[in-house]
Every structure is written in C-alpha cells, then in structure tokens.
Design a protein around this ligand. Structure first.
Ligand SMILES: [Zn+2]
Length: 160
C-alpha cells in the first residue's frame, strides 16, 4: 500500500526547507549574484510549481533548483524532500521512484548526481551513511560540472 504522503505535505514549508538547505546564504541570482530583492517574479513552473525569478541586474532567470541536482527536473518541493530523504536512507531507486511517481530513469539520474556531489565533498563515505552531512551533497550541486562544460566559452560567472 502506498500512502499519499506527498499530498499531505505543506508546499510552503517544503519550499522554505529546501531554500535553507540548497541556498544557505539565501537564494540569489546564480548568474550575477544579485540578491532576491533585485528580481521579479517572472512565472511559475507548471509541474513543480516553483517561482521563476528574473534578475533585474542581468535579466537571467532562476529558481530554487538552479545549480542543484534538481535543476531542470519537474519535482515538486515535496517530491524533492522525500527523494533526498529516501536516498540518504538508502532506499532502492525503483521503489522510491514508484512511490514519488517519477520515472526510474529520472530517479537514477538525480541519484547519481547527488552521489557525485557527495563524493566530491566527502572522499569515500557511502551515500547511505547517515553520518554524511546531507547538505553537502546538494549545495551548489552541479556547479563544478557546469563550469567545466562552459569553460571553453565563458569567462565570468564563477560564484564566490
Ligand atoms: Zn543576475
């Protein structure tokens, strides 16, 4: 029996939790580092219901998932939190994908991204080890890969 836990979760509380963990210094423009105050609400994503912000300083757009392993995925905030929780607990991808109504391929892809981030930060600790500082596995996830991919053309945009 699958319990409808995703439906019972509070969207606002989930969004706040993810913002705290994904962006511990506050959500800001990933392109130019301008603060959230310097952006306007541009639209909402259809499937995941995320606010998409447009930066007034550089006209870039971003959302809660920008520069994380969840960028471009259609997870709702509720799904993202449960996904993280179950990955940390070591639940098999097939089972958690089914429970969260996401495709197994997506589940595997995101899990691998998280795993890669965790390994980058933490040498050889297995992801299922509850000692792992979970924040580290998704803070700025994908940033290094993105920089690597773009390094040929772009010159600026290095955060920090
Ligand atoms: Zn900007």
């Amino acid at each position: 029996m699958d319990f409808p836990i995703v439906e019972l979760m509070d969207r606002e509380a989930c969004t706040a939790w993810l913002t705290r963990h994904f962006h511990p210094n506050g959500l800001k423009c990933p392109h130019c580092q301008a603060s959230l105050d310097q952006s306007i609400l541009f639209r909402q994503t259809k499937r995941s219901g995320l606010d998409v912000r447009r930066c007034k300083a550089c006209q870039g757009i971003y959302n809660l998932y920008s520069r994380t392993a969840f960028e471009g995925r259609r997870f709702t905030p509720e799904q993202t939190i449960l996904f993280l929780r179950e990955v940390v607990q070591g639940k098999p991808t097939a089972k958690l994908s089914r429970e969260l109504s996401i495709s197994r391929t997506t589940g595997l892809t995101v899990r691998h991204l998280l795993q890669a981030n965790a390994e980058q930060e933490q040498a050889t600790e297995p992801l299922s080890d509850l000692e792992v500082e979970t924040d580290e596995m998704f803070q700025n996830a994908g940033e290094k890969r993105r920089l690597a991919r773009r390094s040929a053309g772009s010159t600026s945009k290095k955060g920090q």
